[in-house]
Structure formats: structure tokens, C-alpha cells
Design a protein around this ligand. Structure first.
Ligand code: ZN
Length: 287
């Protein structure tokens, strides 16, 4: 089923690497019918940043990758930037708890500045290591997360959360922290959501669902907001570790065969509600 030309087709969470497939992966996305990407920053070097300047360099690399993908693949790319929560583990080891806390808060302040200057649209990934950590790292991660929520509130943007898979108690904790800070629950987006839970079970936190076939089928009729993502990693040493960038447009085509109208939920209405803007439609390359 061809997709209507005024329908954006959006992958809500991916990464690109200067040493990976990069623009070629984005061209596959475009060829398959994709139009917009939310590109999250990541560490591009072997070492985790130790200073806020190193985070600034990292964000700038993400921005350069985004502009290059736009030029060479004809898509629109939105930036999502923040210090990666897993970076806290080595940071606490090297800088101590106070040093790691102040580094991550400063990097979040920088990310908030990027949002207010419209260089980025959200803070992400923020949250918690997805594996057990010691009590000190855990405590610092909570403080850093609360700071991220405050920066998002003040920058009028969402946070994109990295964490283990959450049950309803886990979602409730995120929602309560957002309530305490004054950030709307919908503006807390759980990325890499692998299970369908009702809005009540998620305490109104927004899921960004991994675009696996069965999961997409299960959530298609759900009320928004929700998103679809591949969490594409662009790491050639781990082919098949994640979904290819062409996945969301392929899923969109199969939904379009029966439920075309539903595609406006993840690709237009949810972005409007959570981010506060509508993606500009651009002509699609596959038709
Ligand atoms: Zn990610």
C-alpha cells in the first residue's frame, strides 16, 4: 500500500555513528518511505566524556551527522541530546559522586540550552543504567534525573528515558517524579518500550515502542500518544543487534493496508501533543 505524500513517516529513536553505515542507513530509511528521524546523541569515542566541553563536542558531532543525513538523504532530523545515564557508572568511579553529579547536571544544562536555541527538541537519553548498580550510583542517577526533569520543564520540552523494562510500579515512579517537578507526565517518554501496557498501567507516561511486528500490530489501535522506534545503533560490529532503519516505514506500509488513519497517531498527533510541533510533510522518495 503506498503511503500518502502528506503523511510523515517517523522513526522516533535512532543513533548514527561517523564510523558506521551513517548516511547509507538513512538512505535505506528514505527509500523505504521514511521522512523524519529523531536522532539521539551517543558517545562516539572509546572514552566517556569527563568534562562538559567533551559533551558539547559530542552533541556537535550528533548535529553534524544530522545535517549530513538531511543533505544527502533528503530527510528531516530532530536532535535529542543529554549525557547518557550509563556514563554515570565510570563518572562516579573517576570523579566521585559529587563530581559526577555536577558534570551530568552541567551537561543537562547545556542540552537545555540547545533546546531553547532550537538546535534540539528533547533531552535524551536521560534516566538510569539498565543493569544493577551500586547504591551510590543509584542515588546520583536519581538526582541527575530530577535535574533533567527540571531542565525539561524550564526548556518546554520532553525527556526521553533510558531504563530497564518498566512494570507499572516503575512507570508510576517516573510519573511521580515528573509531578513533583511540574513536567506533564505525557512529556516523559519511555524509549525502547517492549511491552504494551494501558495508559493507566503506564501512569500516562508516553511509550516509544520498539517496532517489532507483533508489538506494532498490538498497539496500532491504542489512543495516543505513542511512538515507533528502531533504536538503530549503526554499529557494524553488531549487525542484527537492533532493527534496521528501514523498519518503521515497512511497518507503516503494512498498517496502511488496513488502518491508514491510525498512522497519524504516532507520526503527527503524538508529536504535536508531546513535543508541541507537527512535522512538516516532505515528498517521499519511494513513489
Ligand atoms: Zn538509544
Amino acid at each position: 500500500m503506498p503511503l500518502p505524500s502528506d503523511l510523515p513517516v517517523v522513526d522516533h529513536h535512532c543513533h548514527l555513528s561517523p564510523s558506521g553505515d551513517g548516511v547509507r542507513a538513512v538512505q535505506r530509511f528514505r527509500q523505504a518511505g521514511g521522512t523524519h528521524l529523531f536522532l539521539a546523541t551517543q558517545n562516539y569515542g572509546a572514552k566517556v566524556p569527563r568534562t562538559v566541553e567533551e559533551y558539547a563536542d559530542q552533541f556537535s558531532m550528533t548535529e553534524a551527522l544530522a545535517r549530513r543525513a538531511e543533505r544527502e538523504a533528503g530527510v528531516i532530523v530532530y536532535l535529542v541530546v543529554a549525557p547518557y545515564p550509563v556514563d554515570l557508572v565510570p563518572a562516579v568511579g573517576d570523579l566521585g559522586a559529587a563530581g559526577a553529579l555536577s558534570l551530568h547536571c552541567a551537561a543537562l544544562d547545556l542540552a537545555g540550552r540547545w533546546v531553547r536555541e532550537r538546535r534540539a527538541v528533547a533531552l535524551g537519553e536521560v534516566g538510569f543504567p539498565h543493569f544493577p548498580v551500586d547504591a551510590e550510583v543509584d542515588r546520583v542517577a536519581r538526582e541527575v534525573f530530577d535535574h533533567a526533569l527540571a531542565v525539561a520543564r524550564d526548556s518546554d520540552c520532553p525527556v526521553v528515558v533510558h531504563s530497564r523494562d518498566l512494570d507499572s510500579a516503575g512507570y508510576l515512579e517516573l510519573a511521580r517524579r515528573a509531578d513533583r517537578t511540574g513536567l506533564r507526565r505525557e512529556r516523559v517518554v519511555k524509549h525502547y518500550a517492549r511491552n504494551r501496557l494501558s495508559d493507566a498501567e503506564r501512569s500516562s507516561v508516553t511509550p516509544s515502542y520498539l517496532a517489532r511486528r507483533e508489538l506494532v500490530r498490538a498497539v496500532t489501535s491504542d489512543p495516543g500518544p505513542w511512538f515507533l522506534e528502531t533504536d538503530y545503533l549503526d554499529d557494524s560490529s553488531r549487525p542484527g543487534a537492533v532493527l534496521d532503519l528501514s523498519t518503521v516505514p515497512r511497518r507503516a506500509k503494512s498498517i496502511a493496508a488496513t488502518d491508514l488513519d491510525r498512522l497519524r497517531v504516532p507520526f503527527v498527533e503524538s508529536i504535536d501533543r508531546v513535543y508541541g510541533f507537527r512535522p512538516e510533510p516532505i515528498p517521499r522518495g519511494d513513489q
